[in-house]
Design a protein around this ligand. Structure first.
Ligand code: PMP
Length: 360
């Protein structure tokens, strides 16, 4: 629902904002499998929980404003210099900071649609003009040639979501190169890699290679998905140093909490990385099992390289989501379009597969 007009008038752009609808929360006592928010079903590692507990005893102090230790660890993890890294209160906060840094009133922001629902909200709040480009018909893939054609002299930013939330395909290296060759170098291309660690597409680009050759590309990443820290809100951007400095300059001071910094640092330790990537591998295995079972049920689905699957259900969407909820499975409906279902643990996935067969 739109924001209600207050006594003090809101900016028209704010009154008109579409709502960000979070995945439903599991109610107390309700038997439910929550597959609605692309969360990681694994609990935090013991080493991460211990770091959180230690940090909790220190929260009378402000956090390290620029999260220097964490930035150092992320730079080492990603193979870039510390000057290239900016952390944020979830990558969704960085999206807004990125726009604050580069978008002036009326500047154009190009993004695919349907894609991550925070894009139109962040674009509207920035004062920029959203220019949406439909996905390729039927495949759920980004239409990069059409996105390149949508770029005008007023375009300041293009969002490329790979894998695309909520449909699942990753962009391919070749088409991304062609796209980047067509986009002027003063246009920022945000490659949103929230689901990077789940990608198993041999044709997917290596983000860092892309960034190295195209400094107008910014890589946007998060510890919410593969690292399982969604509740603590840690995202990061890898960007050209002057752009990174601009994003830091507009960021909320002390935006990443002390506890979140500690947990993120613990997650980046080599041993923790090994365990976390084993979890990712198990989820990728579950994804393959779920997709194969769905194909056996007769579903034709877009190729997914994220931790979710997409059902193009059109007008049946809300009814199907209600049926899933009735069966104790929370999914994420997009009214009139389709349903996104996260990959959970095997029990949750089995519960969902039963629901999916009842939809046939
Ligand atoms: N980008 C994409 C494509 C996403 O799907 C999400 C999470 N839904 C985010 C960014 C934001 O993640 P977070 O703010 O938790 O880092």
């Amino acid at each position: 629902t739109p924001v209600e007009e207050a006594f003090v008038p809101l900016r028209p752009a704010v009154s008109a904002l579409p709502a960000y609808v979070p995945g439903a929360r599991v109610g107390a006592g309700a038997p439910a499998w929550k597959l609605s928010s692309n969360e990681n079903p694994y609990a935090p590692l013991p080493s991460v929980q211990a770091a959180i507990t230690r940090a909790a005893a220190e929260v009378n102090r402000y956090p390290d404003m620029y999260a220097e230790e964490l930035v150092g660890a992320l730079a080492a993890h990603s193979g870039v210099a510390v000057e290239n890294v900016v952390v944020g209160n979830g990558s969704v906060a960085l999206l807004s900071h990125i726009l604050s840094a580069v978008v002036d009133h009326g500047d154009e922001i190009v993004f695919p649609w349907r894609s991550f629902e925070a894009y139109p909200i962040a674009a509207a709040v920035s004062g920029g003009k959203a220019v949406t480009v439909p996905l390729e018909e039927g495949t759920g893939r980004l239409d990069l040639p059409a996105m390149a054609a949508a770029v005008t002299p007023r375009t300041r930013v293009v969002f490329v979501c790979s894998p695309n939330n909520p449909t699942g395909p990753a962009v391919h290296a070749g088409e991304l190169e062609t796209f980047l060759a067509a986009v002027p170098k003063n246009v920022l291309v945000v490659l949103d890699e929230a689901y990077l660690e789940f990608v198993r597409d041999p044709e997917a680009p290596v983000g860092l290679d892309v960034y190295t050759r195209h400094p107008n590309v910014l890589l946007l990443r998060t510890l919410s998905k593969a690292h399982g820290l969604a509740g603590l809100r840690v995202g990061y951007a890898i960007a050209e140093p002057r752009l990174a400095a601009g994003i830091r300059a507009v960021s909320t001071p002390f935006g990443v909490s002390h506890v979140a910094q500690a947990a993120a640092l613990a997650s980046l330790q080599p041993e923790a990385q090994g365990q976390l990537m084993e979890h990712v591998e198990a989820l990728v295995g579950e994804r393959a099992r779920v997709v194969e079972s769905l194909r056996d049920q007769g579903w034709v689905l877009p190729e997914t390289h994220a931790n979710f699957v997409w059902f193009d259900l059109g007008e049946a969407t809300m009814q199907r989501a209600a049926e899933a909820k009735e069966a104790g499975v929370l999914v994420r409906p997009f009214a009139g379009h389709g349903i996104r279902v996260s990959i959970g643990d095997p029990e949750a996935n089995d519960a969902f597969l039963t629901v999916a067969s009842s939809w046939r």
